[in-house]
Design a protein around this ligand. Sequence first.
Ligand SMILES: C[S@@+](CC[C@H](N)C(=O)[O-])C[C@H]1O[C@@H](n2cnc3c(N)ncnc32)[C@H](O)[C@@H]1O
Length: 230
Amino acid sequence: MVDKVYGIGVGPGDEELLTLKAIKILKEVDTIFVPISKEGKSSFAYNIIKNIADGKNIVELLFPMSKDREYLRKYWHNAYKTIKNSNGNVAIITIGDPTLYSTFSYVWNLLKEDNIPVEVINGIASPFACASRLNIPLVEGEENLVVLPQGKDLEKYLGLFDTIVVMKTKKLGEKLKSILDNEQRDKYLIGVVSKGFCRDEKIQMGKIDEINFDEVNEYLSLAIIKRIKE
Ligand SMILES: C[S@@+](CC[C@H](N)C(=O)[O-])C[C@H]1O[C@@H](n2cnc3c(N)ncnc32)[C@H](O)[C@@H]1O
């Protein structure tokens, strides 16, 4: 049976943004579990650590892309059982930080319920990484911040928060244009990062009407919407 599980955040995509602690543990563990969304599909998280993990025992865990929690439960359970039945100290890697919208968190809960020791090693989360790519602070002074998965309930939050982070920007352009009229759109600055820190990274920043949302609607995309101060 496994001794200890490390949930390791590998950051947004640049090997140099891995923490020293992540590198140390990845080199020490007996097995590294790598999440994949489809059989045969390469893992974004693994590509970040592949130089460090050279020669290590790598085991893939399948987590299909789906919003159906009932369907996904089976995969979380399979992953938990595979990890439990492994030996020694092991790591499971996750993009960004493991505490932010990470599939790892479902496996983490199952391991905890089973009293299996788990230690989380933080990574640089995408909202922080994308703010630095856009060359803007996420929030300053007394400003407030909300993070929305896929822009859920955006209309409710637009007037309430100085900064809104939207994880996954698919349909974000349409959504913003249906909520805000021309005059209101001018009151916001928006930065969108698609595949931040990767070779095919795309970045756009400007007023809502200046953004070509079709160019930056990858799965790995994030928007930061800032209310312009009067
Ligand atoms: C399942 S969530 C995982 C978040 C991750 N745990 C984190 O801390 O950033 C996946 C979302 O993170 C965002 N994301 C992660 N890495 C990114 C990157 N390199 N560039 C842009 N967005 C990224 C995107 O919004 C993507 O849809």
